[in-house]
Design a protein around this ligand. Structure first.
Ligand code: NOJ
Length: 533
């Protein structure tokens, strides 16, 4: 197998940019497209293959762009369509790919479609959204809750009907059972595909279709009041309905009209449900996002079981993928700690399948505490004090030692991490043992050794406690990855072989080329890739 025969989205690394927080070019404290364009050389230097941008479309920003008022217009905060075309051309000139965020489940209340839908019960677009009469005794039509707290229904006092919103009242859900909605949204996909984008990450794709009868969700017996309110009920009827797969297959058919594009689905479901989004005969998403590493206990046993279960659950030909973090989840450095963040990096970049990396994780960016008066995230505002807020993982990228870390010349829209004077690209790229150097070395190694992205995976069993060992194999090439999840030094015995073995890469970046016998010594929190010479 040669690299160019394998689709880019199978062998490449995806890098997620949260545009508000990557690079501000016009000194308004908010990142923008020109800012991203000015940092493309960094992305090439780092070694990623594709860039996914969180939404950049016209939006009142009630949910920071996940409330779209016009799918074909770039929000002026981020720039213009010309800026976008220039960015796309520069991305392609560097051999990178660009993936956009498509938000089909809901629009903004400011979208012309919703304004028309709201205008009267008989408007031509009334059925483009989900309108229901009040329950028989009055009140919302059923017990569905918003993901951001409170009921998932808002009353329009003029018509006397409620509209459904799985998220904020400012984000009314589109009615995907209506063929006209589907057609209009597929035209949006084509608009961007025609401009040359390389694919889409589809927001909450498992939410698109709701129960036809709008039945009440059943109570969740495991709910406790320290959790988000949405967890009071199991989302049995409000998401993941069988008919959603028809919609995903239709989206895929649109994507397939264009060569070499990718469809990525955002799906938070248990493994056995997640893999159904590959679709019947792989007619669904190329990559249903696999977020399991984010939620699995951080130890060798659980992670090994997860990898095994995922590999087994994948449908024949379904391509795996792994995610360590995103703009909705606590930073990986905060979840597993600074020392284990290096193990996480090596794991992400040595597993079979496509890795998605969240901006800032490569410099070890930690969660940033945001004082109540600076909170931006509507979820934190709606349900304060439960630790649900997402601002801590959306803070500005840290580039250098300038006042605002080179992100902006003015105060950024969310606070910068206090660590920015030493935790920044300029400092870390000069340190041959920094986490940034590790990420770069891992991506370089992955590019050189195709076995790491597409080779077979097999766990090797070891008696060393809390060490995960696996082998990757492609044709004649074999690599062994050893990851010490513990804070103790460990000795790991490898299978007997006549071949010579040596260290290809250590997470400490200090023992490449060291020859390895039957036993490999790992330092606390050390990961090592061993090659057969
Ligand atoms: C998932 C997105 O990742 C999140 O940021 C957003 O708030 C919701 N979908 C609603 O669009």
């Amino acid at each position: 197998m040669v690299a160019y025969e394998i689709a880019w989205w199978k062998r490449g690394v995806v890098y997620q940019i949260y545009p508000r927080s990557f690079q501000d070019s016009n000194s308004d404290g908010i990142g923008d497209l020109e800012g991203i364009r000015s940092r493309l050389d960094y992305l090439v230097w780092l070694g990623v293959d594709a860039v996914w941008l969180s939404p950049i479309f016209l939006s009142p920003m009630a949910d920071f762009g996940y409330d779209v008022a016009d799918y074909r217009v770039i929000d002026p905060i981020f720039g213009s369509l010309e800026d976008f075309d220039r960015l796309l051309a520069d991305v392609h000139r560097r051999g990178l790919k660009l993936v956009l965020d498509f938000v089909p489940n809901h629009t903004s209340i400011a979208h012309a479609w919703f304004r028309e839908s709201l205008s009267s019960r008989t408007s031509a677009k009334r059925d483009w959204y989900i309108w229901r009469d009040p329950a028989p005794g009055g009140g919302p039509p059923n017990n569905w809750l918003s993901n951001f707290g409170g009921p998932a229904w808002t009353l329009d006092p003029v018509s006397g009907q409620y509209y459904h919103h799985a998220f904020l009242p400012e984000q009314p859900d589109l009615n995907w059972r209506n063929p006209a909605v589907r057609e209009a949204m597929y035209e949006v996909l084509k608009f961007w595909l025609d401009r040359g984008v390389d694919g889409f990450r589809v927001d909450v794709i498992w939410h698109l279709i709701k129960d036809r009868e709008f039945r009440d969700n059943p109570p969740n017996p495991a709910y406790d009041s320290r959790q988000a309110e949405i967890n009071r009920f199991l989302q049995l009827y409000s998401a993941d309905q069988p008919e959603v797969h028809e919609v995903v297959a239709e989206m895929r058919a649109v994507i397939d009209l264009y060569p070499d594009r990718v469809l990525i689905g955002e799906i938070y479901l248990p493994l056995e449900r997640l893999v159904t989004y590959y679709g019947h005969d792989l007619s669904g998403a190329h990559l249903p996002f696999n977020f399991q590493l984010i939620h699995t206990a951080w130890n060798a046993r659980e992670i090994a079981a997860l990898i095994h279960d995922y590999e087994i659950a994948l449908p024949e030909g379904g391509w795996p993928n792994w995610v360590l973090g995103n703009h909705d989840q606590s930073r990986v450095a905060a979840r597993v700690g600074k020392a284990q963040a290096r193990i996480a990096a090596m794991l992400l970049l040595t597993l079979r399948g496509t890795p998605t990396l969240y901006y800032g994780d490569e410099i070890g960016l930690d969660r940033v505490d945001v004082a109540p008066e600076f909170v931006q995230d509507p979820w934190e505002k709606n349900e304060p004090g439960l630790g649900l807020g997402r601002d801590p993982e959306r803070t500005p990228m840290q580039w250098d030692q300038a006042q605002y870390a080179g992100f902006s010349r003015v105060t950024p829209w969310v606070p910068l991490a206090p660590s920015h004077d030493h935790c920044n690209v300029a400092v870390l790229r000069d340190d041959p043992q920094s986490i940034l150097s590790l990420y770069r070395a891992l991506m370089e190694t992955r590019r050189k050794h195709l076995v790491l992205s597409v080779g077979d995976y097999a766990q090797l069993f070891t008696s060393a406690p809390d060490v995960l060992v696996y082998e990757r194999e492609l044709g004649a090439e074999r690599l062994i990855v050893l990851l010490n999840f513990s804070s103790h030094a460990q000795e790991v015995s490898l299978p007997q072989t006549d071949a010579e073995r040596s260290v290809l890469l250590s997470t400490f970046l200090d023992r490449s080329g060291e020859s390895v016998g039957r036993a490999v010594n790992l330092r606390a929190h050390e990961g090592v890739i061993v090659e057969y010479c």
